[in-house]
Design a binder for this molecule. Structure first.
Ligand code: SF4
Length: 449
């Protein structure tokens, strides 16, 4: 039996937005490892790395897969259906990933090319499904499985994910994946791992579509297991690691243990994490820096305390908290990266000014400005009317596209186009750009388009 696994994220290498994060989906890596452990012949297509999609699809159809597993997000909804129709013939088509998990009824229905949805962390369930395709009784026992004969399903979570095999990195040629410039004079070879799954917070705009994991239940691996995997990544040639957790610093004990283990083993590797401001303090930041963390990425979202309270991200003085965290990051010599949202519900021009002012004070090294999009799986999605039109922009709150562009340009000027930032950027990353010239070209493209 031949199984083709597809990551349907469709952004081509020529796309100007490619300067941002180009990250493999670890869940697919885990699934490929488990398929191999069970001796299934498997193939992997990562659409975001493909320039000529039509030719690639022909190549993969020549493999003649029997089962096609397609992972996709809400913004790739139409493209995922195009893929499913392309490979349909008599094949079994299984949908996994963020969108099918939070909205299975929009994926499997009468005459849909998709036969099944597996919801959430389906690494083990996928084998169960493949082995029991002809056994309706057994299929009905798979809790995360949604199909026309069984619509009662749930998002599955794996508690002991230390027991999963490492994601299959042979499929992830690290030269194509990248997050941000790294302060070293080397060609970057990114490795990826997760140390935790789930996020205990209840931000109303957030959904698995935005995140890398499912569920509110926060689950961690052993610190030893995490550092074992770091060592493994180094042993196969990776020289920089992204820990893909939604919020690496939920458990301070876990963070300290991982940092101590890295130091104990004298492991010299640069790594980066995503963290929420209220889970950081000066001690944690300096501890992480000492163990090799070179960059913290953080969702600032807005400079308005009113809005941050409204979206249930933080109940208190967010502005001063963010300013403190960025100050500590700079003292520790950590690159501070930020994400901002414009067009939140009830946002006013004054709120947007507060966001601009917060960036002026916090002085992040990088910023990505996004439009608010209430995706399925978030509580704010329930408020919108055009729920089924996933390929349209779903924003609808008080911020025209002209104003969005104007504020985004203002923010880019504050963060990038000033003597302090340019000097710092050049002193940190000149060596990196010499060794990774394509990323410099993408940066230029990103900033001037
Ligand atoms: S925005 Fe971040 S902190 Fe909030 S629920 Fe999502 S992942 Fe968790």
């Amino acid at each position: 039996m031949k199984i083709l696994v597809i990551d349907a994220s469709f952004i081509t290498l020529n796309n100007k937005f490619k300067y941002g994060d180009i990250v493999p989906q670890l869940q697919i890596g885990y699934i490929i490892s488990i398929l191999e452990e069970n001796n299934y012949e498997n193939y992997f297509l990562d659409c975001k790395l493909i320039n000529d999609m039509d030719n690639s699809l022909e190549d993969y159809s020549n493999i003649a897969p029997n089962i096609v597993i397609i992972s996709f997000n809400t913004y790739d909804y139409k493209f995922a259906f195009k893929l499913a129709n392309f490979f349909k013939d008599n094949n079994i088509i299984i949908a996994i990933g963020p969108h099918p998990s939070v909205s299975p009824s929009t994926v499997v229905y009468e005459n849909s090319p998709f036969d099944f949805v597996l919801r959430g962390e389906c690494e083990y369930d996928i084998i169960n499904l493949i082995k029991n395709l002809d056994n309706m009784e057994e299929l009905k026992k798979i809790k995360s499985l949604y199909f026309n004969d069984k619509k009662d399903s749930e998002i599955s979570l794996i508690n002991q994910f230390d027991e999963l095999p490492y994601p299959k990195y042979h499929s992830y040629d690290g030269q194509y994946y990248q997050i941000l410039p790294v302060p070293f004079f080397k060609k970057a070879k990114w490795g990826f791992l997760s140390s935790s799954r789930g996020c205990p917070n209840l931000c109303t705009f957030c959904s698995p579509v935005h995140r890398t994991s499912y569920g509110y239940k926060y689950r961690i691996r052993s610190s030893r297991g995490v550092v074992d995997e770091m060592e493994y990544l180094v042993s196969i040639g990776k020289n920089v690691i992204e820990i893909v957790d939604d919020n690496f610093t939920v458990s301070k004990k876990q963070v300290f243990e991982i940092c101590d283990e890295i130091k104990k083993r004298n492991l010299k590797i640069k790594w980066t994490v995503q963290a929420k401001a209220d889970t950081l303090n000066r001690d944690i930041i300096f501890k992480m820096k000492d163990a090799g963390c070179f960059c913290i990425r953080m969702g600032i979202e807005t400079g308005s305390n009113k809005l941050i309270n409204n979206i249930k991200k933080y109940n208190g003085d967010w502005k001063n908290l963010v300013i403190d965290v960025f100050k500590w990051g700079k003292e520790a010599n950590i690159i501070m990266n930020s994400y901002v949202i414009l067009g939140l519900p009830n946002e006013t021009k004054e709120d947007r000014e507060e966001t601009v002012n917060l960036l002026k004070e916090a002085k992040p090294d990088f910023v990505q400005v996004h439009y608010f999009k209430p995706y399925p799986g978030s509580s704010l999605y329930e408020n919108i009317s055009n729920k089924e039109d996933f390929n349209e922009y779903l924003y609808h709150y008080n911020c025209s596209s002209e104003e969005f562009e104007e504020i985004k340009n203002k923010i880019h000027k504050i963060v990038y186009f000033n003597p302090r930032s340019i000097t710092k950027h050049l002193s940190l990353f000149s060596g990196f750009y010499i060794k990774n010239p394509k990323i410099l070209l993408r940066l230029i493209n990103f900033l001037f388009n």
